[in-house]
Ligand binder design. Structure first.
Ligand code: HEM
Length: 532
């Protein structure tokens, strides 16, 4: 510190000499005194004083910027924890705290580590935020790029994203789903048997079982028979590490044996499996095989595109690596949200014998009394009541509560407020789906509210379960179709019961939402599925 002060004194003396030359003798004495005075002050400044001055300036800057960005919208008056803001709360989010935040105003804010976040809880503004690609793009936590690989299509923005998406949409169209149903039905049968066996001694926790089932059915749909049962089991066992790695804040580099390290390792291994499957799909489709999974459909479109001289919709050649990355994003997007829906759907239906009975009646009716009739798209389309049950489960317990977007340029979201560039804007989905103006008794489970032409059905703007705009969920039709089939089959072939605990109706937030007690269930095989 002493040599630092000597140097500073020297600089002040030199500067003083230069000034004196410039302004002449008249003010020479005054200036010399002032500069010497300053140099004395500087001489007595300690390292700690400099540190605290800088710290207080930074805290003040952070507080002032928070006030300026906040403007008149709802949010804490000051940042109680300097810089950090409510970071610790965000590490362990509580559903009730989210609800309180949404209720605080149509636009509200928080600031975490100088990151300014605007939460949008009004239906129209939330929809608007989802549909403003000029101003905002989906925001992923930093570590997601490292895990999903930076070249992954999900990180594309604007036209590049729209063009890529056009190529993917047909893979999840209704026509394409028809192709996947036989594969899916095999997985459903296998897991129903497994669930019966697993809970033969009474109710057990089903949170992990349903997650495994969702992983298995997704992988079979995406990769067909190219993926082995052992590979499916390995991915299902370890995939939770990918979710666990996606924390809001992580160390900038991936250190061995940390959560992100395991997350990336599992992602790399899974993508290698997918790349192998992609090659097998290319070989089998080139040899004239019949498509039965997403990869087959993708490869077939590529081959057709080459054959017809690019006259139809042009699908370019995709490498195995590209296919593996894209399929990993399907799994990534599907796994948590679908597991959430699966848990709530089974809990809700098990707790309502009247709903269960109606589903069973419908399942037998559409199969004309023959439970062994294989699933087809036509059959699923006839399951109107079962479909409404799935839709109502999604409304009352929407798996995705909020979708974070990053603001690319100052975004005038309302007449009175502009979200600053660089901030995060987070449209919320839950409030629109519990809007009492559209859904009478919004906290009641009423599948009948979804009859065609009814109030809920007509309020299309409120249906934000799958987002809206250019990034709207790629798998939404797939979700509705496969869950309608799944709950229908489960009800026809098993009697399942939910063990209600004090935490059953409480909501745990883990990427998406789950019953807080992790869901205790038991399944019994029905001896005669042709009976109601
Ligand atoms: C209950 C299940 C699901 C729910 C509630 C759900 C919900 C969502 C939501 C809210 C978004 C963000 C939309 C936006 O930003 O506007 C999204 C995006 C996405 N979802 Fe789903 N999803 C589900 C299942 C699936 C499945 C099974 C797939 C499989 C293909 C899938 C694939 C995707 C993809 C690829 C995106 C990103 C689309 C893009 O950026 O263009 N999702 N989903």
């Amino acid at each position: 510190m002493d040599s630092f002060n000597d140097t500073a004194q020297q600089v002040v003396a030199n500067t003083s000499a230069t000034f004196i030359d410039l302004i002449g003798d008249l003010k020479q004495a005054d200036l010399t005194n002032a500069l010497l005075h300053l140099s004395l002050i500087w001489q007595n400044v300690t390292g700690w004083q400099i540190f605290f001055t800088l710290l207080i300036s930074a805290i003040s800057y952070d507080q002032i910027m928070y006030q300026l960005r906040k403007g008149a919208i709802a949010g804490p008056r000051f940042k109680f924890w300097p810089f950090m803001g409510p970071f610790l709360e965000s590490m362990d989010p509580k559903f009730e705290e989210y609800k309180a935040k949404w209720a605080s105003g149509p636009l509200s804010c928080v600031s975490i580590f100088h990151k300014f976040v605007v939460i949008v809880s009004n239906r129209d503004l939330a929809r608007k935020a989802l549909q403003s690609p000029r101003y905002a793009k989906p925001c992923v936590v930093d570590v997601a790029q490292k895990i999903l690989r930076p070249t992954n299509w999900v990180f594309l923005d604007g036209k590049a994203h729209v063009d890529y998406r056009k190529g993917l949409n047909p893979l999840f169209s209704k026509k394409a789903l028809e192709v996947y149903i036989p594969q899916q039905e095999k997985v459903m049968d296998r897991y129903l048997n497994k669930f019966v066996e697993l809970s033969k001694n009474g109710p057990v926790i089903f949170f992990h079982e349903f997650r495994e089932y969702m992983c298995a059915i997704s992988l079979k749909t995406f990769c067909g028979d190219y993926i082995t049962d052992d590979q499916i089991r390995a991915v299902a066992d370890s995939y939770y590490r990918v979710t666990a790695a996606l924390e809001l804040v992580n160390f900038p580099i991936i250190l061995p044996y940390t959560k992100p390290w395991y997350g990336r390792k599992i992602a790399d291994e899974t993508m290698q499996v997918f790349a192998g499957c992609a090659q097998m799909a290319k070989d089998r489709m080139a040899a004239g095989g019949t498509p039965n999974c997403v990869m087959d459909n993708w490869v077939t479109s590529m081959l057709n595109s080459q054959k017809d001289g690019n006259k139809g919709t042009f699908i370019r050649e995709f490498s195995n690596k590209e296919i593996s990355e894209a399929v990993f994003t399907f799994l990534f997007a599907a796994q948590d949200a679908s597991s959430s829906l699966c848990c709530w759907l089974f809990q809700i239906v098990a707790d309502r014998p009247d709903v269960l009975k109606k589903i069973r009646e419908e399942q037998l009716r559409v199969r004309e009394g023959d439970p062994s009739k294989p699933l087809t798209l036509d059959l699923i389309d006839k399951m109107e009541y079962t479909y409404m049950v799935v839709k109502e489960a999604l409304r009352i317990r929407p798996p995705v509560l909020m979708v974070p977007y990053l603001v690319k340029k100052n975004y005038p979201i309302s007449e009175n407020y502009t979200v600053p560039k660089g901030a995060m804007v987070i449209p919320t989905l839950y409030p629109a789906l519990h809007d009492p103006e559209v859904y009478d008794d919004p906290d009641e489970f009423v599948p009948e509210r979804w009859v065609k032409g009814g109030k809920a059905d007509l309020a299309k703007k409120n249906w934000l379960v799958f987002g809206a705009g250019t990034h709207v969920c790629l798998g939404q039709t797939y979700v509705m179709t496969s869950f309608t089939a799944w709950i229908g089959k489960a009800i026809m072939f098993t009697d399942f019961k939910h063990k209600v605990t004090p935490d059953s109706e409480k909501i745990k937030v883990f990427a998406t939402i789950f019953p807080k007690d992790d869901l205790f269930m038991e399944f019994k095989k029905r001896e005669d599925p042709s009976k109601i």
